[in-house]
Design a protein around this ligand. Sequence first.
Ligand code: TNX
Length: 530
Amino acid sequence: MKKSIWTLLVASVLGLGACKESPLLSDSAIIPLPQEITNGSGSFNLTPETGIKLVGSGEHLTAIGEHLAGKLRPASGFDVPVSADAGQIVLELTGSEASESYEIQISEEEVKITSSGEAGLFYGVQTLLQLFPKEIVNPTVQSANWAIPTGSIKDEPTFGYRGSMLDVARHFISIEDVKYYIDQMAVYKFNYLHLHLTDDQGWRIEIKSWPKLTEIGGSTEVGGGEGGFYTQEQYKEIVAYAAERFITVVPEVDMPGHTNAVLASYGELNPGVNLPDGDLTTVTKAPLEYEMELKVPQAAELYTGIEVGWSTFSSKSELTYAFVDSVAREISAITPGPYFHIGGDESHVTEKSDYIYFVERVQDIVSKYGKTSIGWDEVATAKLLPGNVAQFWALEENAKLAKDQGNQILMSPAKKAYLDMQYDSTSRIGLHWAAYIELDSAYLWEPTEYAEGISKENILGVEAPLWTETVTNRADIDYLAFPRLTAIAEVAWTKKEGRSWENYSKRVAGHGKRWDIQGVGYYKSPKVTW
Ligand code: TNX
């Protein structure tokens, strides 16, 4: 009798134990999904004694260790010291390459992240952070069991360029909000932040040799708000903040169209001025807003509507190129990254031949300052310099033109990757000219199969643009970018064979719980059980 009670007791304890079996590493909600996950059995626990040990040498190794510690300390309340001497979380840099691949080995005693590059190590850290219970993102001390499943991960990105774009021109976005967005991008292993710095409605970057650009051109925005701009010092601050998170800034000056903010700042750049007989054209009219026949050289009016395709530089004026030269020189000098984006989209009022001449001259100017040009896909109608990039957003035939010239394509198909598209007809903000993009639609596409004739070797990477005609604050950014930004992150990082909507939709729910804690106002897509 006694014996059987004992047997029961032991059995039930064992049974309970079985129910409480530690979760599998492969069940963790990691986004983007790593290429290879191998399960162990057991768990590693973060304790008050856990430290971070740095092995190897690299300029940013300590910063990476401190970044991890900084994310673990607030919620755990532990010290998490970072040193070269001891620690159960080992960050090992095995080389000095630009490698983005990494490995993680998790045993009950130790977590070890290795990479031959600092970026890879940083991505390993991002993955590790996603393995801890969601409470880890809390800014105040939580009582939780800080356990992660044992096993190993081997990971590397599919595409070398994984970007997102913020349109800071239509509505100015504060430095604080840009940094917030960079922080989110880093979590999902994005490595390029494209800043759309200029458009008809605003010029957002200080150019010392043309001060009226910001004085006048930066003074408003869509809807007539006060606009704003970054001083060069503030831009450098953004560039540095991004670089600390292994994100490279790509500045865009959109031209020859989308230039009304320039034409409003400097009348001498307004096309009509340069016509030989002084008989001025009407290309600066904003449909719906005003009809303006320019009779004397004069600046255009500031514009706060959302029409596109009605403004242009004069392609024949040398002053235009002197202007572009100053702008490219000043921005290139404060941009450590390799790319300078020249825009080139929707120049509907620029003569075709003028457009081609303009794009070719501007590419030369950009390359003179040591940068590689990226342009929206229309630029491929001109002769591209070797190595320059066409950003596919609308026309497959333009992507094809770029490919046929031997140039690479950055994939941003508006029907899939545009974060400013509404989710459905009831979305509170967003446009829908390209499509309604529900979360599953943003996830279910493959860059190498999207445009006919454009395959892996033709593709530089993937970028998700957030245009801001309808975006005025952080809540709006949150609503349109989350969760779709994470879908694009996975499309860009994880091999096609490893991706599945079913699996992603479960993982993204885990991220929703983290966003709830962090106050990220994401769109609760009905396609996901949150
Ligand atoms: C098209 S995409 C544009 C932008 C608009 C966007 C709105 C592209 C290269 N040009 O000027 O902001 O649509 O979705």
